[in-house]
Write a protein that binds this ligand. Sequence first.
Ligand SMILES: [Zn+2]
Length: 346
Amino acid sequence: MEGPPPPTRGFMPCSTMTPLILVLSLFLLGVQALHGSQWTYSEGTLDEEHWSSEYPTCGKKKQSPINVQRSKVQYNPNLKPLILVGYEAQNAPFTMINNGHTVQISLYHTMHMIVPDGTRYIAQQMHFHWGDASSEISGSEHTIDGTRYVAEAHLVHYNSKYHSFEEAQNAPDGLAVLAFFLKIQEYSENLYYSSFISHLNSIKYPGQSTVIEGLNIMDMMPHNPQHYYTYTGSLTTPPCTQDISWFLLADAVLISITQARNLESTLQDHSNKTLQNNYRTTQPLHNRVVESNFKILFNQHSEYPVLNGIYNKLKTLRKLEKQKKEKGQEKKEKSSKERKSKVKHN
Ligand SMILES: [Zn+2]
């Protein structure tokens, strides 16, 4: 728990103490609301391996993200293309916030998506997952045949039969996520991302927000939004709510190296470190089946599978290295304590 220590009782008369406690409680609540719970990807006691201790659903069997193994994907010709309404340019400001875990853009409820079974899902927010600029580690959440893309965008929607996102989020048919990958195309800047990326500078610290004019979500998406993979999964961050319909576009959007590096290195997290590698490792598929609405052509190689395998291993290695360091530190502290107590006893 962060924030100031609780007020010391007994030093002040009740009349001043009560409002002060109230103010402090409100402040603590504010800090908590801002920070959420202290989950992280790789730091501290509530890193992704321990999410399930606080958020049991994270340990269940329909989790996201997953590796999409294309040879096992079932082509379903009955799956119609998604119908996206209101995703084009809007003459309205979009609010964009650094929530300590990602950059999140609030979407207008006039935007909605109709999925193959006819359900209408209303857009709530869009956010990104990315890797590490210094080590050039890719940071998409889903992988395709083991390939991790540079970044991944999630457009979170809620079922229109519910009145609000809050009401829908715990219902089994409440949420749907439209996801797509970002890929590097060397030096050619993607102009549809320019404004979004330059605005990151104004939300460097968690809790900061800014307003961005005239965002065209449709243009920020891949050219072909028709082909997708779909499966039932979860939110990829705590509380890892399950039974979410995922629609992962097969086509990726291209951004320049500079744009990718800016996305990966501008924001800071709650511990004043660069907000990076904000992706969860892929989860077991268990008995789930991934379907596609297009025929997969297997002469198309997935890109750099070897390189990405190395990147994934690198993340694990860095974690081990950190744990080793922490253990070393613990040992040091322990032996110095022992030394001190020896001195005392002598
Ligand atoms: Zn996400």
